[in-house]
Ligand binder design. Structure first.
Ligand code: SF4
Length: 383
């Protein structure tokens, strides 16, 4: 059977293990519930772009209604309906984004949800063509003819916009494997002179850009294309599992035999990694189930939200302390000498005392020093 790989499939191999791709090939389903908010946000923005004559709120309401009742299909695979709260959050993110950065209407070089597919020789094919070997969908592609006054020449510019709903998607995302795939497919399809890769962060409302000039970077694009070709060739092989650190956050861990073997192994480090991953998966579900509920009683204890007590500092504490200190003829200097400084306190005061970030950092560096310490835990190397 011919498999058409997505950038995310290739990333599975990179971030987790070859067997994750094997499970993907077998069509093993994994929990996609974390994507509901992003999926709705993307669809609302797509529809706003495709139907600019309609009220954005009306389009958003229609999508929420559909996605929360019938669900949607991704690559022709049906997905369950979204929870209402996630869908509303996604719609709100999209509408707020559109209010700040109006979505360009489709047509005139602008395509929303642009589908790309290629066969093994990089010939363009229909998205669902049975010979497709590489497929991807880009959120927005804008192709325009520009004019450069300095050279008196027209040139083609391609803007590739990727909407992200993660807080941490910033300029670091501009050089990811996914971004490289996006640049390659647009380069092959439109042969632009300039490609602008854009990350549009729907949470922070920030836009991050990187420009590639094809007159100087053809070799780089060719290299990226060769990397994808090699990845596809590699993934077509029978892939051997490599359970270990890659299992952390692997979407297939609840359905993977090799993960279960690791959990049951005698190797305590492997067992520990697997146990942490099980907890990471279970804790959000248990927290949700036990929220607003009395703790579940078990023999010798209970699980859930248990009421505990802790001391909180009153807003009036500083004033009361100062008054008491003065009653005993203490000076502010004496009181200050008794107080413990915290990093947070220093950062707060440094912000008040300085005019810009550089000065603030400089002052903080005079007041603090970096030291190494042993912190126990699992650290996964970011690739
Ligand atoms: S759970 Fe571990 S072994 Fe199984 S596919 Fe994921 S990374 Fe591989």
């Amino acid at each position: 059977m011919i498999h058409a790989y997505h950038p995310t499939t290739i990333k599975l191999h990179n971030d987790h293990c070859p067997h994750a791709v094997e499970l993907w090939k077998q069509g093993v389903k994994y929990d996609r519930s974390i994507f509901h908010t992003g999926v709705v946000a993307h669809t609302v923005l797509e529809k706003i772009g495709q139907q600019p004559e309609k009220e954005p709120q009306e389009l958003a309401d229609r999508i929420v209604e559909k996605y929360c009742s019938k669900g949607r299909a991704y690559d022709n695979v049906p997905e369950p309906p979204s929870p209402f709260e996630d869908a509303l959050r996604g719609a709100k993110l999209a509408l707020e984004w559109h209010a700040r950065h109006p979505v360009p209407p489709a047509g005139d070089g602008v395509t929303h949800e642009h589908h790309f597919a290629f066969d093994k020789n990089w010939n363009t094919v229909e998205y669902y063509d049975k010979n497709a070997k590489f497929r991807t969908m880009l959120d927005v592609v804008e192709i325009s003819q520009e004019y450069d006054e300095s050279t008196d020449q027209a040139y083609t510019k391609a803007v590739v916009r990727d909407y992200k709903t993660s807080w941490i998607a910033t300029k670091n995302e501009l050089d990811s494997f996914q971004r490289r795939c996006q640049a390659v497919v647009v380069w092959l399809t439109y042969k632009p002179d300039i490609i602008v890769l854009e990350i549009a962060n729907l949470r922070t409302k920030g836009i991050y850009k990187k420009e590639l000039n094809m007159h100087f970077e053809k070799d780089t694009l060719q290299e990226w294309k060769d990397d994808i070709t090699l990845a596809i060739k590699t993934l077509d092989n029978k892939l051997i599992p490599n359970p270990g650190m890659g299992c952390i956050k692997c979407p297939y861990s609840p359905r993977c035999q090799h993960f279960d073997d690791m959990y049951n192994s005698e190797d305590i480090i492997k067992k520990y990694i697997a146990a942490k991953e099980v907890i990471r998966n279970l804790e959000p579900q248990i927290k949700l189930d036990t929220k607003d509920q009395p703790p579940t009683e078990m023999s010798l204890g209970s699980v859930g939200y248990i009421t505990k007590e802790r001391k909180k500092i009153l807003p009036s504490a500083k004033e009361t302390l100062l008054q008491e200190w003065r009653k005993q003829d203490g000076t502010l200097e004496h009181l200050f000498a008794q107080l413990d400084l915290s990093i947070r306190g220093i950062e707060k005061i440094a912000k008040i005392l300085t005019k810009n970030k550089t000065d603030k950092e400089e002052l903080i560096s005079k007041l603090t020093k970096l030291e190494s310490y042993a912190s126990f835990g699992i650290q996964k190397v970011k690739k």
